[in-house]
Design a protein around this ligand. Structure first.
Ligand code: B12
Length: 211
């Protein structure tokens, strides 16, 4: 873990933002910076899990991350930008789950790659996913889920997509903490990953056919 992760784990916003600026000046890969910060967040989560940090600390960590992303985003756009719209992707964090930092990174990357992203936000019900697939005809549905309790919601949504007769027309990809928790085969999706970049590369391949 690097400077960003260390500062995040220590919940030190000033040092974190200084490290972001330093990284940008040194032309560090913005995705590497995001991954470093994510690892720090994982440590914050572990402290929370052990009862050393409380909800206040989790919320503070999320705020630090968002402020850092605001600085990193323009560089992501600069490096990964591509104006040509290539397809439509529907994204949302599943019902009962309000974690959205990871989903927003994927959205930023897809935006930068020229895709039209319809972001349904957080706590998205199965019905809302279906309604929006019917309305926007996306090629890909991306779900984010971090809570163990959200695993069932992912599968419920995929079943609803099947029952609505829409499964043949969309690829489904899921990301977030649950992916590390369950065997991928337990999730009835086309792909599951905790790596935003890998997910975006695959989505590009699905839509454009490029390798
Ligand atoms: C920040 C945080 C919060 C913030 C969220 C702020 C926000 N706007 O998102 C707040 C404070 C709101 C919060 C609340 C809660 N949290 Co919380 N939270 C975290 C924490 C520390 C970091 C999560 C995060 O954003 N990581 C950084 C992002 C970038 O990582 P990511 O989401 O995994 O995304 C990456 C990939 O997975 C992937 N990805 C993500 N989505 C998608 C989608 C697609 C399509 C693709 C391709 C890829 C992809 O791309 C990203 C970049 O690589 C985690 C700890 C952890 N280990 O994850 C706990 C954690 C997830 N939270 C936890 C808990 C328990 C809660 C609460 C229940 C606490 C409470 N008592 O109220 C509530 C739940 C509220 C709810 N109903 O959802 C637990 C979950 C345990 C479990 N397994 O169920 C964790 C694991 C902490 C812990 N160790 O106990 N939390």
């Amino acid at each position: 873990m690097g400077k960003l992760g260390d500062a995040m784990a220590a919940l030190d916003k000033d040092i974190f933002l200084a490290a972001v600026k330093e990284g940008l000046t040194a032309n560090q890969d913005p995705l590497e910076m995001v991954e470093d910060a994510r690892q720090g967040l994982e440590l914050v989560g572990a402290e929370f899990d052990q009862g050393n940090y409380f909800l206040m600390e989790l919320m503070w960590a999320a705020e630090i991350f968002k402020d850092g992303m605001a600085l990193i985003r323009p560089r992501l756009q600069e490096l990964h930008g591509d104006a040509e719209a290539k397809g439509v992707i529907l994204m949302g964090t599943v019902a009962g789950d309000v974690h959205d930092l990871g989903k927003n990174i994927v959205k930023d990357l897809l935006d930068c790659s020229g895709f039209e992203v319809i972001d349904l936000g957080v706590d998205v019900s199965t019905a809302k996913f279906i309604e929006n697939i019917k309305e926007h005809h996306p090629q890909v549905v991306g779900m984010s889920a971090l809570l163990t309790a959200a695993i069932g919601e992912v599968n419920k949504t995929v079943t609803a997509i099947e029952e609505a007769g829409l499964r043949e027309s969309v690829k489904v990809i899921v990301g977030g903490g649950i992916v590390g928790e369950v065997k991928r085969t337990m999730l009835n999706v086309d792909h599951a990953t905790t790596n935003a970049n890998e997910g975006v590369r695959l989505i590009k391949r699905w839509i454009t056919g490029d390798q």
